[in-house]
Design a protein around this ligand. Structure first.
Ligand code: GLC
Length: 622
C-alpha cells in the first residue's frame, strides 16, 4: 500500500517534470532504483541503521559516494519522534558536526525527518567512514544533494556533446578565449529607482533576498501592475549605445553582454511575444538592444545578451515553486524559494511562460541579431534538465556560432562561469573554459547610494589574477535610468584600460603559464556579498608576479611601479632558456642574469602613475 502511494507520488512528479532536480522514490538502499527512467534518488545515499556496526550509542558505516557534491544530511526516525534533548554527533573522515534533532518533516505518514543545518561536502569518491553518536531512536540516515547542485541523468550528454564539439562552437570558443575582457551591462526599469523604493533603500527592504538593485521588485514584493508603471517613465538618452560602446573600447573590452531581459521580465528589445518591452511599453519606443548591437558591430565589439530564462517575475508565474514544493514536502526535502515570484504570481502555467515567452524570445533574439556571439542565461532553480537542454538546442539549431554559458542549467554550458564575483583558486581544476563576472561596486544594477567603488588597482588585480589562471573577466556597469554610467565607475574603468592598452600583448590571446603566480598568497574574490562586507585589503610588492604566456613569450606582470632590481623566481635556470628580456611598452632590451634563484633584472622608466608593469621574456625555441 505504502509502495503504491510512493509510486503515485513519483508519477506525479514526472508529470510535473520536476524529477530532474528534486523528486525521488523513498527506496531504502543507495544502489537500487525501481524506476528505469532517470531517478534523482540514484544520487541519494541512504544508510540503514540495521547495516551499521554498533558500539554503545555510536553507529558506523563505510560507504561510497558516486557523485561528489554538497549534501544535505538527515536523520529519519521510525514510528516516533525525537525528544527535545536529542542531539547527534556525526563524523565523516575529518569532519565532525553536532546538531540537535527536531521534527522538520513527516514522511510516509509517521516517519520524522530531522535535517542538519550544516551542508556536508562529500567530495571524495573513495570509501568513506561515517559514524553517528546519538541516544535518539532513528531508522536511517539520508544524504540528499544540496538544491544548488544539479546532477543530470546523462540522457542528453551525447547529443549535447556533438553540438558543443561542432566546428562552429569550437571556433566561437577560441575567439571568446582570446578576447579575455568583456563588459557586462545590467540595465532596465529598475535602473530608474537606483535601489530605493518609496524612500526605503533596498538594503533595508522588508523581504529577504539579494540586496542588488535589479532585485527591486523582489525585495519589495512589488505587485506586477505597479511595477509595470515604471515602463511609462523609462526614456533614456538616445546616446546610450554610442557612449557605452565608446567606454568599452576605451577600456579594452572586446565584447559586451547586456541584460536583454532580467528577472523582472521586461524586454529591452522589440518583442512580439510580450508587449512588456522597450518599444511597446516605454516612451522611448525604439529597440535599444538593436541599437547597441549595431553600435557594437560598427566598432568591432562582439555582442552578447543576458537572458533570464529561469526567473520571470512578470510572466513566469511562481516558477513552478508550488508544484515542486508539494512533491518535496512529501519526500522530506526543503524547497528553497529560488528567487521566484511567490507574492503575486501570474496566473498562466510555467509551461505556458516557457512556450509563449522564454523560448520564443530566444528565437526572436537569434533571428533579429544574426551576428550574436553569446547568450548568457540566468535564474535557474527549478529549470529541469529537459528544459535546460531545450534552451541549448534551440540556440544551436538557429545559430551554432552562439555560445551558451553554464547557467543555462545542468552541464549544458559551452563554458563555465565561476560565479558572481568569484575567482577560482589556482589549484582548482575546471573541466571547461571559464569566465568570472564581476561588479565595479557591490551591485549589478544602478544603486544610487553604493559608492563602494573598486579602485582601478583592485579591478586590475582581479583581471590579472583571472588572466594568470587562464579565464575571462566580464566586468559590469550599471547605468542609471537615463543610461548614464556612474562617473566614478567609468573613470576607474578607463584608468584600468590605460594599463590594458599599454600591455595588450600580455593580455589578449594569452593562456595560463605553468606557474600562475608567485609572491603572496592569493586574495580570492569570493562572491558579491563577501566583497561587500570584507572590502579589499592587499599590499602589492615587487616580489609578486602573475604570469601569462603566448607562443614563446612569458609575461611577468607586476602591480607595482617602482624602478629597481627584481627577481622572478619562477624563471630560474632550468625553467626555460632565455633569448631576450624587455619591459613591455619600451623598445629597450634589458640585461639580466638567470641562475638557480631566478631571473634577475633591473627595471627603469616605469611611469610614476602606472598601475604596474610587465616584463616580457622571450624563450628560446628549444
Ligand atoms: C545573479 C543575480 C542577478 C545578476 C547575476 C549576474 O544571478 O540574480 O541579478 O544578474 O547574478 O551574474
Amino acid at each position: 500500500m505504502k509502495r503504491l502511494k510512493i509510486n503515485t507520488i513519483l508519477i506525479c512528479s514526472l508529470v510535473l517534470t520536476l524529477i530532474a532536480q528534486y523528486s525521488c522514490t523513498t527506496k531504502e538502499k543507495a544502489n537500487t532504483s525501481q524506476n528505469p527512467e532517470f531517478d534523482q534518488t540514484n544520487n541519494w545515499i541512504v544508510l540503514d541503521k540495521t547495516d551499521a556496526t554498533k558500539e554503545g550509542t555510536t553507529f558506523t558505516w563505510v560507504f561510497e559516494v558516486k557523485n561528489p557534491s554538497d549534501y544535505v544530511f538527515q536523520v529519519v526516525t521510525k514510528d516516533g519522534s525525537f525528544t527535545d534533548t536529542d542531539t547527534a554527533t556525526v563524523k565523516i573522515e575529518e569532519q565532525a558536526f553536532e546538531e540537535s534533532l527536531s521534527k522538520n518533516y513527516v514522511i510516509n505518514e509517521n516517519e520524522i525527518v530531522s535535517e542538519f543545518k550544516n551542508i556536508i561536502p562529500l567530495k571524495n569518491t573513495e570509501k568513506q567512514t561515517l559514524s553517528i553518536t546519538t541516544e535518539a531512536d532513528f531508522k536511517s540516515l539520508r544524504f540528499i544533494p544540496h538544491f544548488k547542485k544539479q546532477i543530470g541523468s546523462g540522457k542528453y550528454h551525447q547529443e549535447w556533446l556533438a553540438m558543443h564539439q561542432s566546428d562552429e562552437k569550437q571556433e566561437a570558443l577560441k575567439h571568446f578565449k582570446e578576447a579575455k575582457f568583456g563588459m557586462f551591462i545590467h540595465w532596465g526599469l529598475y535602473s530608474q529607482a537606483g535601489g530605493i523604493w518609496k524612500g526605503t533603500k533596498i538594503n533595508n527592504a522588508p523581504h529577504p533576498g539579494p540586496k542588488v538593485a535589479e532585485w527591486l521588485m523582489y525585495a519589495f514584493q512589488i505587485p506586477r501592475t505597479e511595477y509595470k508603471e515604471l515602463a511609462k517613465t523609462f526614456n533614456p538618452d538616445k546616446s546610450f549605445a554610442q557612449n557605452v560602446v565608446k567606454l568599452a573600447k576605451d577600456v579594452g573590452m572586446k565584447y559586451i553582454v547586456i541584460t536583454s531581459k532580467h528577472h523582472d521580465g521586461f524586454a529591452l528589445f522589440d518583442s512580439k511575444s510580450s508587449d512588456f518591452n522597450m518599444v511597446d511599453a516605454t516612451p522611448y519606443k525604439a529597440d535599444i538592444i538593436k541599437e547597441l548591437y549595431n553600435a557594437c558591430l560598427a566598432e568591432g565589439i562582439d555582442f552578447g545578451v543576458y537572458y533570464s530564462h529561469g526567473n520571470d517575475w512578470m510572466d513566469g508565474t511562481d516558477g513552478n515553486y508550488a508544484n515542486v514544493k508539494k512533491v518535496n514536502d512529501s519526500l522530506g526535502i526543503y524547497t528553497h524559494p529560488n528567487g521566484k515570484n511567490l507574492w503575486d504570481p501570474s496566473d498562466n502555467t510555467h509551461e505556458e511562460y516557457l512556450q509563449n515567452k522564454a523560448y520564443s524570445q530566444i528565437k526572436e533574439l537569434l533571428t533579429m541579431l544574426p551576428e550574436l556571439r553569446l547568450i548568457w542565461f540566468d535564474g535557474t532553480g527549478f529549470t529541469t534538465e529537459a528544459q535546460a537542454f531545450q534552451f541549448y538546442k534551440l540556440v544551436y539549431d538557429i545559430n551554432p556560432n552562439v555560445l551558451v554559458n553554464r547557467r543555462v542549467g545542468y552541464a549544458f554550458g559551452d563554458y563555465l562561469d565561476a560565479g558572481d564575483n568569484k575567482i577560482p583558486s589556482a589549484n582548482e581544476t575546471l573541466e571547461k573554459y571559464w569566465e568570472t563576472c564581476g561588479t565595479t561596486n557591490n551591485s549589478w544594477g544602478y544603486k544610487s547610494y553604493d559608492n563602494d567603488w573598486k579602485s582601478p588597482k583592485e579591478l586590475l588585480y582581479y583581471f590579472v589574477d583571472i588572466l594568470s589562471k587562464g579565464g575571462n573577466y566580464l566586468l559590469n556597469i550599471g547605468p542609471d535610468g537615463k543610461g548614464h554610467v556612474p562617473e566614478t565607475s567609468a573613470q576607474n574603468l578607463r584608468a584600468m584600460g590605460k594599463w590594458i592598452h599599454q600591455n595588450a600583448e600580455a593580455v589578449y590571446g594569452t593562456t595560463r603559464w605553468n606557474t600562475p603566480n608567485e609572491g603572496q598568497e592569493e586574495t580570492l574574490l569570493d562572491g558579491t556579498g563577501h566583497r561587500a562586507s570584507k572590502g579589499f585589503q592587499r599590499e602589492f610588492t615587487s616580489k609578486d608576479f602573475w604570469f601569462t604566456t603566448k607562443g614563446n613569450k612569458v609575461y611577468a606582470i607586476s602591480l607595482t611601479n617602482t624602478d629597481g632590481d627584481i627577481l622572478i623566481k619562477s624563471l630560474r635556470k632550468g625553467k626555460g632558456d632565455i633569448e631576450k628580456v624587455k619591459l613591455l611598452g619600451s623598445d629597450k632590451t634589458l640585461s639580466y642574469t638567470q641562475n638557480k634563484n631566478g631571473l634577475q633584472t633591473t627595471v627603469t622608466g616605469v611611469p610614476k602613475d602606472a598601475l604596474g608593469f610587465v616584463i616580457e621574456v622571450t624563450l628560446k625555441n628549444n
